[in-house]
Design a protein around this ligand. Structure first.
Ligand code: KG4
Ligand code: ZN
Length: 335
């Protein structure tokens, strides 16, 4: 049987990315142009700036992905592109680049949901076994997705307000740490102790949803009140306490859902998967459970990349999915 060669394209946020993946599991090339340095001085991603960077980078990144793979467009069986969710102006750059190549070279086009991509990042590391549960935690998403087979996604829980990474970034800002704040809080948390009492939003007993905005407000209020009373709070202890609250809720709900749905695998992905505390606590929670395998991909596959889009696109392509040239960016696409 001939190899299936997919070109993936991802531009939903602030990384311009292209990758070539063979047979859905093997990374042939994976090119990522990050814009973080440009957005840093604004303390977050500036959508208009993101679009402009994507326009400048997209052709170069795609060419480099092909060059590194030592392939040309003639070798590509399909182009998989993130169609949503994300920043609309950013998504449009990838979608239009993909459509232009697909049309001019007569290559099939497959639109991919960004979260499906994050989940399929795991398949570049480990073959999936179903049913499985995926925890996707990034700057834009906090979702628990149940899969019974390839291409079948059921969101059993999601954030009702801020995403986990968003909460990290906002709390980091109040602690005067640079953007993106997640890694800085993670580092400080390991130097401090969780001595400050902060809330955990468990929500209803049977809910797998999340909420992080109350926690964020509690951090801000605690710092503010302390300042007014002239008490100083060690940022290390605040970071440790905040991190403990986030991880407690994420790990507890993931463990509960994994048991309830009797899954064979639990997959972690999204930028917050870089968090040392989260990795450690998940490993601790699942280590005693012999029939559930915990999969945590390397960091470069957890944050936004195009290999994950190509991996998800491979499965969708094999299942017969083809997108029309009318494919459009959809900032609030459902999975
Ligand atoms: O997946 P990603 O690169 O982009 C999005 O799709 O959002 O995730 C970025 C998010 C940011 O909010 C960043 O602060 C967070 O991931 N992050 C972390 C860590 N490293 C990155 N959060 C907590 N701990 C970390 N070590
Ligand atoms: Zn993402």
């Amino acid at each position: 049987k001939k190899d299936l060669i997919i070109l993936g394209i991802e531009t939903s946020c602030d990384e311009t990315a292209a990758a070539v993946v063979k047979n859905g599991r093997e990374i042939v090339s994976n090119v990522i142009a990050s814009q973080i340095e440009s957005h840093k001085r604004f303390g977050g991603v500036v959508p208009e700036l993101a679009s402009r960077h994507h326009v400048e980078q997209i052709t170069l990144v795609i060419e480099e992905a092909l060059k590194k793979a030592e392939l040309s467009f003639e070798d590509i069986d399909a182009i998989a592109v993130t169609e949503g969710p994300g920043l609309v102006g950013a998504l449009l750059v990838g979608v239009n680049a993909a459509k232009a190549i697909a049309f001019s070279r007569n290559i099939p086009l497959v639109g991919v949901h960004h979260i499906a991509g994050h989940i399929y990042a795991n398949r570049l590391v480990k073959e999936m076994s179903f049913p499985l549960l995926s925890l996707v935690v990034s700057g834009g998403h906090t979702e628990l997705v149940l899969m019974k087979e390839h291409g079948d996604f059921k969101v059993i829980g999601e954030t009702r307000d801020d995403a986990a990474g968003e909460a990290y970034d906002k709390v980091a800002r109040t602690l005067h740490l640079p953007y993106p704040g997640g890694p800085h809080i993670d580092r400080l948390a390991h130097e401090g102790a969780a001595t400050i009492d902060l809330p955990r939003a468990w929500l209803e007993d049977d809910s797998y949803d999340f909420s992080f905005s109350g926690l964020k407000s509690a951090v801000i209020n605690t710092l503010h009140n302390a300042e007014q009373k002239g008490i100083s709070i060690d940022p290390k202890n605040m970071a440790a306490s905040f991190q403990a609250s986030v991880i407690d809720v994420l790990v507890t709900k993931t463990l509960k859902a994994a048991k309830e749905f009797k899954v064979k695998q639990v997959l972690l992905s999204g930028g917050v998967a870089a968090n040392k505390g989260l990795r450690e606590e998940l490993e601790k929670a699942f280590a005693p459970i012999m029939d559930i395998e915990l999969v945590i991909p390397p960091l470069v596959l957890c944050t936004d990349n195009a290999a994950m889009i190509a991996a998800a696109g491979s499965i969708l392509f094999e299942k017969g999915k083809r997108s029309q040239y009318s494919l459009n960016a959809n900032p609030s696409l459902d999975i």
